[in-house]
Design a binder for this molecule. Structure first.
Ligand code: BG6
Length: 296
């Protein structure tokens, strides 16, 4: 099937009716629905240039601290489908339905980022509806190179004022609103009452986003992704974004598994893997379950 811009998209389905939609434009997950058909990822209702929402891939640069376009070029490229993907590994054993997308640099890309890489993105949907993204980036030949990376994950929330994040308390973060100055988180859990644009450092491998009003908790499990970006543009910035409604900040929160502070360096032939798994549990069960998972 075709996406909004005529580019192919793929739909993965679980036996019980959960689904995920992936576009070849950017290798971007643009929809993730639970078994009840409820959308779990935010996407803006504003007519898009590229979809504002879902899970854009930020590579080989996060943000604008480099010579490349904001968040790198991967999200603006047309990816290809690997028709003969390697078999599922032990980490994917729960996956019922998956797709492998590939990105290799074009002549044009090599002019602005002269490194031969192969990027394999596996998107898989488990029988229980959880969504996993695994990125494998390989230095195919040539010189060593470094990159930063993020799964820019736009979660759909009922009302940002009712949401809190657990798992990042007491950690250090870089604040993008203050010249990337370093601060230490003080509170019990992170809540929202103004613009937030932070990179939390050396984070645990499980972080939870609790949506009190919807009684829904997103559990984010990650590997190879030490940092977590937390972003909500709030009122003023929303008004300045052309592809985002003035009030849409209330219904979204970005919580991204990322590698930013210490970029990954790959020697020729080396490969890096970064994995994120998103699942949803009913909030009534969550606090207890989450504590168990974190070994508390
Ligand atoms: C966030 C950055 O992750 O992405 C913000 O920290 C940025 O600074 C936001 O505004 C959105 O970026 P973009 O390029 O998709 O508008």
């Amino acid at each position: 099937t075709k996406d909004w811009n005529g580019v192919d998209k793929i739909v993965l389905r679980s036996p019980r009716g959960a689904s995920a939609r992936v576009s070849l434009h950017g290798g971007q997950v643009t929809s993730w629905r639970n078994e009840q058909g409820e959308e779990l990822l935010f996407t803006s209702s504003k007519p898009p240039k590229a979809v504002r929402g879902g899970i854009p891939i930020c590579f080989p640069q996060f943000g604008n601290c480099g010579s490349l376009e904001q968040h790198g070029f991967a999200r603006n490229k047309i990816w290809t489908i690997d028709e003969n993907p390697p078999p599922l590994g032990p980490n994917d054993s729960h996956a019922k339905s998956f797709i492998d997308l590939l990105l290799k640099p074009s002549e044009e890309d090599l002019k602005c980022w002269p490194h031969s890489f192969e990027f394999r993105l596996r998107v898989s949907l488990a029988a229980d509806g959880s969504l996993a993204l695994i990125s494998r980036i390989r230095n195919v030949n040539g010189k060593r190179f470094s990159f930063s990376f993020a799964y820019h994950t736009y979660l759909s929330v009922s009302d940002i004022s009712e949401v809190r994040i657990e798992g990042l308390e007491t950690l250090d973060y870089l604040d993008n609103l203050c010249q990337k100055e370093r601060f230490t988180e003080q509170g019990d859990a992170i809540t929202f009452e103004s613009e937030v644009d932070r990179v939390y450092l050396s984070t645990p491998n499980v972080v939870a986003v609790l949506d009190h009003e919807r009684k829904r908790t997103y559990v984010i499990r990650k590997d190879g992704l030490p940092d977590v970006v937390v972003w909500n543009p709030w009122e003023k910035k929303s008004k300045s974004m052309v592809d985002f409604g003035d009030d849409e900040y209330k219904q979204m929160l970005c919580v991204d598994g990322a590698v930013i502070e210490k970029p990954v360096t790959l020697k020729p032939g080396e490969e890096w893997t970064g994995r994120v798994e998103l699942s949803v549990v009913a909030s009534t069960l969550c606090s207890e379950q989450f504590d168990v998972q974190r070994g508390m």
